[in-house]
Write a protein that binds this ligand. Sequence first.
Ligand code: GLN
Length: 484
Amino acid sequence: MHTKTLKALSNALAAGEVSSQELTRHFLDRIKQLDPGVNSFITVTEEQALAQAKAADEQRVAGNATALTGVPIAHKDIFCTRGVKTSCASKMLDNFIAPYNATVVEKMNDAGIVTLGKTNMDEFAMGSSNETSFYGPVKNPWNTDCVPGGSSGGSAAAVAARLAPAATGTDTGGSIRQPASLCGITGLKPTYGRVSRWGMIAFASSLDQAGPMTQTAEDAALLMNAMAGFDPKDSTSTDIEVPDYTADLNKPLDGLRIGLPKEFFEDGLDAGVGQVVQEAIALYEKLGATLVDIELPNTHLSIPAYYVVAPAEASSNLSRFDGVRFGYRCKDPLDLEDLYKRSRGEGFGEEVKRRIMIGTYALSAGYYDAYYLKAQKVRRLIKNDFDEAFKNVDVIMGPTSPNAGFKLGEKASDPVSMYLSDIYTISVNMAGLPGISIPAGLSNSLPVGLQIIGNYFDEARLLNVAHRYQQETDWHAQVPAAFV
Ligand code: GLN
């Protein structure tokens, strides 16, 4: 059962081959047995999951089932879940029980989806390796000496190890796509504004976006049907109709114009990763696509600009964690200032503190124009590059990340090399565009992702392009040996 896609599980439920309670129990058992070696879950919500599964089975008997009623998934621990610990993998929120559901969670509950638990992540979604979690690092199921990527590393590892058929993730600079790439699964970062951010603990509000992490593009389409849409509670969500994302999955790719940015294939790209990506692109040519050389000349500025904008927004967003209203409070504060200082000093980890300091500095009077304003201007140039490219191509392709899974600890003490993991993904967030990573092969026995970037609100096309590839290949169906 656990190797089946969401789509196959949905069919099995509809055909009465299995009940949601049996399915949920099966995945809960797998988590119990196998997750200690992976550490992909922070919280397993066994009791609630079984209650939801029972309700889903009853809904089916009553004839009210949707395509997703009764399928179990996991949520990244950045989404508020009513009555359940929502920690963002921080000591700061280790004692925080969310009083409400994030819109994404609410919508999935409405669709009858069962929640298995909350997945591990980098603290406050800051990281590319899942090593900054208060709950310890997540291991890559393909090689447990390696990182799964981050920040949605728990979600990626859980799906790769088939501990959950699918999971939610969030992507501020690459956090859905990069771990999807490193764990050999499919991860879609929708257009900014396509999915509600309400109830998703904020990191960098102008960049954060939630999306599905699945085995296949078809499964991502199913989940997008449940997740996407306008939310009056999120003032940046967009009021555009949600298409049926499964409708165009099979459209032929004849005449598809694929842009290949030269900047995505230069120095810094691992040779093995580059080869896998080239082979994937060659397959698209066979499927009828035309390759077009393009340029995204400001790509090299995306990381420096992001590391001003994202920390600036983070420093503001994280000011709410003051030891008074949420989460951790230091012991025996002497006075109010001591309470603030020690609660934040003791509650946040090193990377989070680094970002708060950078962001506060960049926003301070005297430096605002030189850093923050400048970074915003660069951001516009990055967006302009994409606008120019999309005049001539339908999608853009390249690697998701410059490397496959690296060793735990390898980059932990070198933030700049860690930050480079997102060199091909960050510009997509800076522009607000959608992007997907799909498994395209192995390099040194570790998965490699192909990234496909689309124009605004063109998720259906990305899913179509990804799905056609997955019909010709079986990389998405490969399971790491220890988890078959
Ligand atoms: N790795 C990037 C960072 O650390 C992106 C994280 C994310 O997308 N949440 O900020």
